[in-house]
Design a protein around this ligand. Structure first.
Ligand code: NAD
Length: 302
């Protein structure tokens, strides 16, 4: 009989991740806020089974993955009314793959342990392309035996899977990841606006910088977005802004000043204030364009 797994949160990332599990032969019990998405999935394959609440998912699946926007949604789905905790017990495993505060990951894991269930924090990097190509990097916090149990699932969705420490450690590493990505975007944006306003074709800047030490995954995957003014998400500005807040809080509680991150965080705040929170995070370049009174791409497009 096919193994059953629960999946809650079918957004940009959750959709392809859940599809990989179904394609690998799992029966996938699904729940998300958008009813139309549920209907699309159940019409697409009989491997998808609709559930009405997180509790309903946990009643039908011993292992439940969540891929939700932020800490409040994970807390609500795991611990709220009709949450996972109402149906989880001995032998249950919650794998949260969302990006949330490390403290919330520990809170959820501790609460679930109170009913005999286990939890992993397993946030991901690699973006929508990584999710679609089952090539995500997955940074996992929790007990070794739970990581071993979850590994066959992780291998269907990701390529680089590293057990980084105890509960909460996965989210700490994801905060490190988001710091590096945001600062990379800022560096690329700053360089491109300098070259383009000085009169150089930005395509040529990308081409030649791509062959030297300045090259980065950010430039390879999102350089074209940055210079074209086409910013369909991808990864929404509002989600990256949330992640930088998580990183700044982690810096505060750990006693680590993050001065460069603090500056870039303010640029993300400015994007949201400018009404660009739903654009892809490559739209960070538009703040530099505003500052330089110079636009490389065409009008902003979502
Ligand atoms: P998204 O907004 O596209 O999807 C979130 C999904 O959660 C939606 O389908 C929504 O219906 C569902 N949801 C929200 N509240 C819910 C609730 N209470 N009950 C059930 N379902 C609920 O977001 P996304 O881009 O897929 O990102 C998901 C997580 O992954 C976020 O934490 C994000 O930071 C992280 N992440 C995203 C990317 C990316 O490139 N998009 C990359 C790495 C990590």
């Amino acid at each position: 009989m096919a193994e059953t797994v629960g999946f809650i949160g079918l957004g940009i990332m959750g959709k392809p991740m859940a599809r990989h599990l179904a394609n690998a032969g799992y029966d996938v019990v699904i729940h998300t806020l958008n009813r139309e998405t549920i209907s699309t999935f159940t019409a697409e394959s009989n491997k998808f089974i609709a559930a009405s609440t997180p509790k309903d998912v946990a009643e039908r699946a011993k292992t439940v993955i969540t891929m939700l926007p932020d800490s409040p949604q994970v807390r609500e789905v795991a611990l709220g009314e009709n949450g996972l905790i109402e149906a989880m017990g001995e032998g249950s495993l919650h794998i949260d793959m969302s990006t949330i505060a490390p403290a919330t990951a520990i809170e959820v894991s501790t609460a679930l342990a109170g009913v005999g269930a286990h939890a992993l924090d397993a946030p991901v990097s690699g973006g929508e392309a990584g999710a679609v190509n089952a090539a995500l990097s997955i940074m996992v916090g929790g007990a070794e035996s739970d990581v071993e149990r979850a590994m066959p699932l992780f291998e269907k969705m990701g390529k680089t899977i590293v057990h980084v420490g105890a509960s909460g450690a996965g989210q700490v590493v994801k905060a490190c990841n988001q710091v590096m990505v945001a600062v990379n975007y800022a560096a690329m944006s700053e360089a491109l606006i300098l070259g383009a306003k000085a009169g150089v074709d930005p395509e040529k800047i990308l081409q030649v910088l791509g062959g030297g030490l300045a090259n980065s995954r950010v430039m390879e995957l999102k350089g074209q977005n940055a210079i074209s003014g086409k910013f369909a998400p991808g990864f929404r500005v509002d989600l990256h802004r949330k992640d930088l807040n998580i990183a700044m809080n982690a810096g505060k509680t750990t006693g680590v000043p993050l001065p460069v991150t603090a500056l870039v965080q303010q640029f993300f705040e400015a994007l949201t204030v400018a009404g660009r929170g739903d654009l892809d995070h490559s739209s960070l370049i538009t703040i530099y364009e505003d500052l330089a009174h110079y636009r490389i791409g065409q009008d902003l497009e979502a």
